[in-house]
Design a protein around this ligand. Structure first.
Ligand code: MN
Length: 502
């Protein structure tokens, strides 16, 4: 799994040389204290690195170039402690390729009423210095987040870390390679899309591989490695009788372990962090990968079924954003409904739900799969934990990518589901199923999603912001009438933006 502490964000303070060295030294001292304080604060997922105070256009430009090429720099936190004339920032901001957040804060929380003088005012003038900076960023129509408040306050740190987590996922997407085993599920529309445009816009590359190449990896797996992994399964899950050592289906469990090892080898060897497969193309595999996909997802891999590379990329991004947070993240599909009492969704897939969302120890089972024409696949079965979650989809609407996010509340099954042989989550969408599904369908949201109990809507909104992806939220404030207008307005905006702003 990823270690976000290997990544860093740069803390950049703007000023100018009118104030004299003594003031600039104080500015630097304050900036260093804020950067250090943020870096050391609880819940900060990565390092915040102090950078020398910038007072000239050359220094600003130079720093932006350095940020672009710094491998572990995921983004820049900007703050104008004093006044930093913003024409100095144009060249640098034009060159900056990394996302940035504008932290509108002040070193002191309170006005020192009894002692405040002109000197203090001139040092602590971000109230207007940051407005000058905000103007140029708006004038240049730059994507960025603005975070306002005292830097030691909990809510400010949370806003900042949310953005930094989104920036980590963005950073990861720039180098992400997605392997596609087989193509798309035949005739399906929403899982298709423009892979070239996605790479230009979002960074990640998607390439197809023959199932024969994967089957070759499976053949190279040693029996002793299969033994070890099978023993690991025995220890980790409640293994169903026929799959236990000596059971009549033990060979199927061993085959599932072989698939996991082969698949894992293929992904590690090729540097892939996300993948797709399809039940329609399993040549050389005896069963559709079930537990293999589930466990790879639990280790942070993105996954999309039926060739769904957009959802594989989304799940990977959500995995990166949620490293170290409580709660899991999974590939998901709105599968079937309970339409009683306002409505609930039963989310599941044929097999591939990540055990990071499991409530308790999953059971390891084998059951027939009605489609695909292969041997019975081995899979983990469990219920998702209760609690708030987000359900998100990315679709290609022809001229752009669109993200649709629904805030939902996961509940435990109200009755046992003894005959349902797959992992599942049951949730009530906000504001209710009627409005949520109406809005989702009008937006063209997919049936495949990324589902997370670790992330909030804000993580994805920040991510969509830095990616320049349209963002539509369905939550308790959604009305169908307003949502339809938003869709129409967005259509207009993105068309105008494509012709006028770029
Ligand atoms: Mn599906």
């Amino acid at each position: 799994m990823l270690d976000l502490r290997q990544l860093e964000a740069w803390f950049v303070t703007g000023s100018q040389d009118l104030y004299g060295q003594q003031t600039l030294n104080q500015v630097a001292e304050h900036s260093r204290a804020i950067a250090q304080g943020l870096s050391d604060s609880a819940g900060m997922p990565m390092k915040i690195v102090f950078k020398p105070v910038l007072t000239t256009p050359d220094a600003i430009y130079q720093l932006c170039l350095e940020a672009n090429s710094a491998k572990n720099c995921i983004g820049v936190v900007m703050w104008m402690h004093t006044f930093s004339p913003a024409k100095m920032w144009i060249a640098g901001l034009k060159a900056l390729q990394k996302p940035f957040v504008h932290l509108h804060t002040q070193f002191n929380r309170e006005l020192p009423w009894a002692t405040i003088d002109m000197e203090f005012m001139n040092l602590n003038q971000s109230a207007h210095g940051d407005r000058e900076f905000g103007y140029i960023a708006s004038r240049m129509r730059l994507n960025r987040k603005v975070v306002v408040g005292f830097w030691q306050d909990e809510n400010i740190r949370e806003e900042l870390t949310t953005w930094l987590r989104a920036a980590s996922a963005w950073h990861d997407a720039q180098i992400l390679k997605i392997a596609r085993f087989g193509d798309n599920m035949r005739k399906v529309a929403v899982t298709e899309g423009d892979k070239v445009e996605a790479q230009i816009r979002l960074g990640y590359s998607v390439n197809g591989y023959g199932l024969g190449d994967l089957a070759q990896c499976l053949r190279q797996v040693s029996d002793s490695d299969v033994d070890k992994l099978a023993a690991n399964y025995d220890d980790s899950y409640a293994v169903a009788e026929p799959l236990r050592a000596g059971g009549e289906k033990r060979a199927a469990l061993r085959e599932a372990a072989r698939i996991e090892l082969g698949l894992r080898y293929f992904l590690v060897d090729g540097g892939f962090k996300a993948f797709t497969d399809t039940f329609e193309d399993l040549h050389g595999l005896t069963q559709l990968p079930g537990i293999a996909v589930q466990r790879l997802m639990a280790d942070g891999y993105g996954f999309g079924a039926e060739g769904d590379w957009k959802t594989a990329a989304l799940v990977r991004a959500m995995k990166v954003m949620s490293v170290g947070l409580e709660g899991g993240t999974s590939f998901m599909e709105d599968y079937t409904y309970d339409l009683k009492d306002g409505g609930k969704v039963l989310g599941a897939h044929m097999l591939e739900i990540c055990p990071s969302i499991a409530d308790g120890k999953p059971s390891l089972e084998i059951h027939p799969l009605a489609i695909g024409g292969k041997a019975d696949p081995v899979r983990l079965v469990f219920d998702a934990r209760r609690g708030p979650a987000i359900n998100a989809s990315v679709v290609d609407v022809g001229d752009r990518l669109r993200m649709v996010v629904n805030q939902v509340n996961t509940i435990l099954p109200q009755r046992p589901l003894p005959k349902l042989p797959v992992a599942r989550a049951i949730w009530i969408p906000e504001p209710n199923l009627n409005i949520a599904a109406t809005a989702w369908i009008l937006a063209g949201g997919a049936h495949h999603t990324g589902f997370s109990q670790a992330l909030t809507v804000q993580h994805l909104e920040d991510f969509a912001g830095m990616a320049g992806v349209e963002f539509l939220l369905i939550d308790n404030s959604t009305t169908v009438s307003q949502f339809k207008k938003e869709l129409r307005w967005n259509d207009m905006y993105y068309r105008l933006a494509a012709t006028n702003l770029n």
